[in-house]
Write a protein that binds this ligand. Structure first.
Ligand code: G4P
Length: 532
């Protein structure tokens, strides 16, 4: 007999509804150095997940933020892999998807953004919209993800808040509507004025670097208060009036449909504006059911795999599949169907993740990210479901533009080398190709960016104990041939093109230039060339 609530819902339906409503699943996008790591750390501090303020300071040499864990990341001081940070704050369950900042990992970032309901775009007020932000922004637009903007580093001289708003609108083509406004700039940056309530908050300079910055608030029109100088009050009134008349109006509907981004100002380093931003964010960020109309009414479990990662724990050569729950309740040991293969599988090993730390998860709700262990059968983009069949759109792929032959230095470790390459291919970290017209067994790595090669080499060494050498190849375009084997054999190819096969048997041809490819396409109209 199932228990029912006063609304006529079963206990399970009621907990599904409540838990879905309190989920916030988002990613932060930014150009390197805009302050993503600092903001992540501050959010974790507010949520009580980290207890040492400033633990990431000085990370140029020793990068120790919780989400950065790979050897290579530490060496280079860049965030390479995406991880998920889950934490509770004021009754909300927050899932923060960490995206790699480096452009060579745009594919990884794209996949991660597939799992987000909202993105926070962090801009440096002195630099405005930078190239990497532009790329990531485009991905959000393609995915129709609503974007909340945080303009950081207001404590730095040389910032131009109005200029940044103009840049967001012109360069990114989205309306920018500030929800707060800075009081002073650079060394004179003292606080923020909430635009809707017109209440000004002034912070006390914090010498102890503690989290809760003391502050005082006053309505802007309170002429008696000495909190603001006459000049500050007038300047604020002028700016706010100007924004009211000429600025982009903000509505929740326009934000959710992606035509306007709410903008917040602040300084992550000094904690000015972070708490208010977090509160506003929790209110604005849609819960998992708000954007996915097709599954809003679905109560049966479904989810998709957006990332595979081998060797998260170097002591065990395991592979973790990151699954975003889309509908229903996930319970450990449940039997699900893989929409790609039609096969049933039992999800026995499930973890909730906090960067590298894992704990076993028995239950998860829409918006949650869980790590599934021992998942040899799972591939990127796989949909898992219970009950009525459902199939989520497959993962889009980026162009492979970098190619290199990879050689195993020690032939005695060939087995480990092959296993490492197979796992890294399954993860989507790199594509491994073999020259179809040569007896040479050296595989060819194909990647979106060169840095992916370094990651593969570093991981082969640390995770599989295999030293490798790379010989870059002068190819720049890869196309998969759709046709029979006979079609492929009959192709008229430029002398310099190379026919290769991928691990799953697809035939992929490498070209040295666009001209070579165009020439080949013209001469072989019976086959179709697609981006692999
Ligand atoms: P990222 O993850 O987006 O790459 O940026 P990150 O947080 O690492 O910040 C890049 C640099 O900017 C860091 O300085 C950081 O301290 C600084 N920063 C972040 N937010 C603010 C801010 O609000 N105001 C100011 N003035 N600086 C800020 P760094 O010198 O590169 O590193 P560190 O020695 O401080 O660790």
């Amino acid at each position: 007999m199932s228990m029912t609530s006063p609304h006529g819902e079963s206990r399970e339906e009621s907990s599904l509804r409540k838990e879905t409503l309190r989920r916030r699943t988002f990613a932060i996008i930014s150009h390197p150095d805009a302050g993503k790591t600092t903001i992540t750390e501050k959010l974790l501090l507010y949520a009580g997940c980290l207890d040492v303020a400033g633990m990431v300071r000085g990370r140029r040499n020793q990068r120790a933020v919780t989400s950065d864990w790979m050897e290579l990341e530490r060496k280079r001081g860049i965030s390479v892999t995406s991880t998920v940070l889950s934490f509770e704050y004021q009754g909300f369950h927050i899932n923060l998807l960490d995206t790699p900042g480096h452009e060579d990992f745009s594919e990884d970032t794209y996949r991660t953004l597939m799992a987000a309901d909202c993105a926070v775009m962090v801009l440096d007020v002195t630099k405005g919209v930078e190239p990497q932000t532009k790329k990531l922004f485009k991905v959000c637009v393609q995915r129709k993800i609503p974007i909340i903007t945080f303009v950081n580093k207001l404590d730095r001289p040389g910032g131009d808040p109005i200029g940044v708003l103009g840049e967001i609108e012109q360069v990114l083509g989205i309306g920018a509507s500030p929800l707060n406004w800075p009081i002073g700039e650079g060394a004179d940056f003292r606080g923020l004025c909430d635009r809707r309530s017109r209440v000004a908050t002034v912070f006390q300079p914090d010498t102890t670097a503690s989290l809760m910055v003391p502050s005082e608030s006053v309505p802007l029109d309170d002429a008696e208060s000495s909190l603001l100088t006459q000049e500050e009050r007038e300047s604020l009134q002028r700016d706010l009036d100007l924004l009211d008349h000429a600025g982009e109006p903000f509505t929740r509907e326009r934000f959710l449909e992606g035509t306007v981004t709410p903008v917040f100002f602040g300084s992550a380093l000094t904690n000015y504006g972070i708490e208010a931003f977090l509160e506003a964010f929790l209110d604005l960020c849609p819960s998992p059911d708000m954007r996915q109309e097709d599954i809003r009414a679905r109560t049966e479990f479904s989810g998709f795999v957006f990332k595979l990662q081998a060797n998260m724990d170097p002591r065990h050569h395991d592979q973790v599949a990151f699954l975003r729950v889309c509908s229903g309740i996930f319970t450990r040991d449940m039997d699900v169907t893989n929409a790609r293969t039609g096969k049933k599988l039992r999800l026995a090993r499930s973890h909730r993740l906090f960067a590298r730390d894992r704990e076993t998860t028995d239950v998860a709700y829409p918006g949650d990210i869980i790590g599934l262990g021992h998942t040899g059968d799972l591939r990127l983009g796989d949909t898992l479901y219970v009950g009525t069949p459902i199939h989520f759109a497959s993962m889009p792929r980026f162009e492979l533009e970098c190619f290199a032959r990879v050689m195993c230095n020690d032939t005695l470790r060939r087995k480990q080398f092959d296993r490492g390459l197979t796992q890294l291919t399954q993860e989507g970290a790199v594509e491994v190709l073999l020259n179809a017209r040569s007896t040479q067994r050296e595989p060819i790595l194909a990647a979106v960016g060169r840095l992916q090669f370094d990651v593969v080499q570093a991981r082969l060494q640390t995770e599989y104990g295999v030293e490798t050498q790379l010989a870059p190849l002068d190819y720049h375009i890869a196309r998969e041939v759709k046709g029979t084997l006979r079609d492929v054999e009959a192709l008229q190819l430029p002398y310099s093109a190379m026919v290769t096969t991928a691990h799953d048997g697809r035939v992929i041809i490498l070209f040295k230039s666009q001209w070579d490819f165009d020439y080949c396409k013209k001469g072989n109209t019976s086959v179709e060339f697609v981006t692999p």
